[in-house]
Design a binder for this molecule. Structure first.
Ligand code: NOJ
Length: 581
């Protein structure tokens, strides 16, 4: 359903325009920010153990400041047995020794602030690790005890309770219930885990859980973080009675989002939790934010970002739209309209640590891999050059949009997924829980190449990296790209600089109808026309100065011939230069 409001106007060179969104003048750094996701395991390994660490992040932060991002979001670095790469937290208020210490964290915060970068951390409130003291206490306590009430324990069905309490399936495959052995050594109750069996779900019907998480929020706010990315924010509250639900825990409806009736997602009581959290954040001033990782469709996503709830939410419908110009137009129109109606900016995202990188996804014509299901050597292989070419176009198209954008580490280098990962090195629990049927997400988590000539391409100088780095990463290393005006990295720097100079994140959006042809898509943001050509043929561009184009990353002087190649995007100035630069 599109909620487009048609306001035809005209502009010189561009033909009729359909205005969707006006300039944003509300205060808030986050409304237009570019936020860079650091996946600590794979960013930079300074102590040489093969896994990235916090001192490694501190060391390389100047590169992120130079890239031109506003903030970093850190995936979990808390104490954890690492059964789900840190999304299984055993102590929310400490740093896992794998990554360093709280002291290292404080040093990293200070360095970030010195460089003008804000830091957002990941909060995982739906579940913890089975090694968390609260879960260990629940295991040691009898059924019905306050300790068990912190989690979702139920008696089994059937004779002697041998069957799980309901038919819910884990997001990673297999049943969403595991039976425990009671303190007396006998088979006992079952506990719910929407993810791995090592990730028991908290019971958010219990006020004690609320108190515990409010304490955790304050702990990190006191340490200076600018906010939280909230993991599976739509899952905390389950429908009363835990009614049966067919299919995967993620719903599996045709649009990739849970059906409206999914009993483990989007329950109305969730919103009171976020209202309470918002009140806590507001006590720290207007600059601390909450961002929902909520896999829901657009009309419902607006509920998460009402003025007294979260500040923003990931826009997964945008990620899922791929390079389908019709879907992109609908999603962008709906996002700006539906979220704008509650006063929230939209966010945009193309890659993260859970999906195949967009440089790889776009290397397929037709159906690419499914979310969370990586690619192996036995699968159809992507065309890597095509993928990188289109990824540049998609990123340039996204970063011209008004609102906030999330980047995933390595996309500025045009990195593809790692495909040649031996089975014994695969670590995503999805792989083991599906008996290898779904390869899982390791491919997008391969460590970053920093310096082409150093061991492990500069990721770390000690042990082998925790996932193998493809040899092709040598040619994509940051130091090589930094000196090349035509590199992917130079494109990202150019576009982020121009985006900031023109304040595109706070800008407007109108569709440029003459350039929305069914195989090309164009919008005007302020004085900039953003045009993406997905036709097989080159497209003649409208008159105007080319500010940046995806194929060469260069400016007009690098060879503007009036034609936009297939799979290319350009930003074209169509009005007077009003930037501060
Ligand atoms: C979403 C996270 O992004 C993903 O990596 C994790 O496995 C699940 N939530 C469970 O925490």
């Amino acid at each position: 359903m599109s909620v487009e409001t048609v306001t035809p106007t005209t502009a010189p060179h561009t033909g009729p325009l359909t205005l969707i969104h006006s300039e944003d003048s509300q205060p808030g750094w986050w409304r237009s920010a570019v936020i860079y996701q650091v996946y600590p395991r794979s960013f930079r390994d300074l102590n040489g153990d093969g896994v990235g660490d916090i001192p490694g992040i501190t060391e390389e932060l100047p590169h992120l400041a130079e890239l031109g991002v506003d903030a970093v979001w850190l995936s979990p670095f808390y104490r954890s047995p690492q059964r789900d790469a840190g999304y299984d937290v055993s102590d929310y208020c400490d740093v896992d020794p794998l990554f360093g210490t709280l002291g290292d964290f404080d040093v990293m915060m200070a360095e970030s602030h010195r460089l003008g970068l804000r830091v957002i951390v990941d909060l995982v409130p739906n579940h913890c690790s089975d090694q968390h003291v609260l879960f260990q206490a629940a295991l040691a306590a009898p059924a019905g005890s306050p300790e068990r009430e912190m989690f979702i324990f139920r008696d089994g069905e059937g004779p002697e309770g041998h069957q799980p309490p309901n038919n819910w399936q884990s997001h990673f495959g297999g049943p969403a219930w595991t039976r425990v052995t009671g303190p007396d050594g006998q088979p006992d109750q079952w506990y719910l885990h929407l993810f791995d069996s090592s990730q028991p779900d908290f019971n958010w019907d219990n006020p004690a859980v609320h108190i515990e998480f409010e304490r955790i929020l304050r702990f990190w706010l006191d340490r200076g973080v600018s906010g939280f990315r909230v993991d599976v924010a739509h899952a905390l509250v389950k429908a009363p009675g835990l009614p049966a639900w067919g299919g995967r825990a993620d719903g599996g409806s045709s649009d990739g989002f849970p059906g409206h009736e999914a009993p483990m997602f989007g329950q109305p009581a969730i919103h009171d939790i976020y209202r309470a959290w918002r009140r806590i954040l507001d006590l720290y001033g207007p600059d601390r934010i909450l961002c929902a990782e909520a896999s829901v469709d657009l009309p419902r996503l607006a509920h998460w970002v009402r003025s007294d709830e979260m500040h923003q939410a990931f826009n997964f419908p945008y990620l899922h739209a791929g390079l389908d110009v019709n879907r992109l137009r609908t999603v962008i129109t709906d996002s700006l309209t539906v979220l704008g109606a509650v006063g929230a900016p939209s966010t945009w995202v193309l890659s993260n640590h859970d999906v195949v990188r967009h440089a790889t996804r776009f290397g397929y014509n037709g159906q690419g891999p499914r979310d969370g299901d990586g690619i192996g050597l036995a699968d159809p292989q992507p065309d890597t050059a095509l993928g990188r070419h289109r990824a540049a176009a998609a990123s340039l198209f996204m970063l011209g949009l008004p609102g906030a954008a999330y980047l995933y580490q390595g996309e500025e280098l045009g990195l593809p997924d790692g495909i040649d990962i031996p089975e014994h090195q695969r670590q995503d629990p999805t792989f083991a829980r599906t008996g290898g049927q779904r390869l899982g997400r390791d491919g997008c988590r391969v460590p970053l190449p920093w310096r082409a000539d150093e061991p492990h391409f500069g990721f770390g100088s000690g042990n082998d990296p925790w996932l193998p780095m493809p040899s092709s990463f040598a040619g994509l290393a940051r130091d090589l790209q930094a000196g090349l005006p035509s590199s992917h990295l130079s494109l990202y720097r150019n576009m982020l600089e121009i985006r900031r100079g023109l304040d595109l994140g706070r800008g407007s959006l109108a569709w440029a109808e003459d350039w929305c042809t069914g195989s090309s898509l164009a919008y005007v943001n302020g004085t900039t026309l953003v045009l993406m050509n997905l036709n097989h043929e080159p497209l003649e561009m409208p008159a105007g100065q080319v500010l940046v184009r995806s194929a060469s990353s260069g400016l007009e002087s690098s060879g503007w011939d009036g034609l936009l190649a297939s799979g290319e995007t350009a930003w074209i100035r169509i009005g007077p230069d009003t930037s501060a630069n």
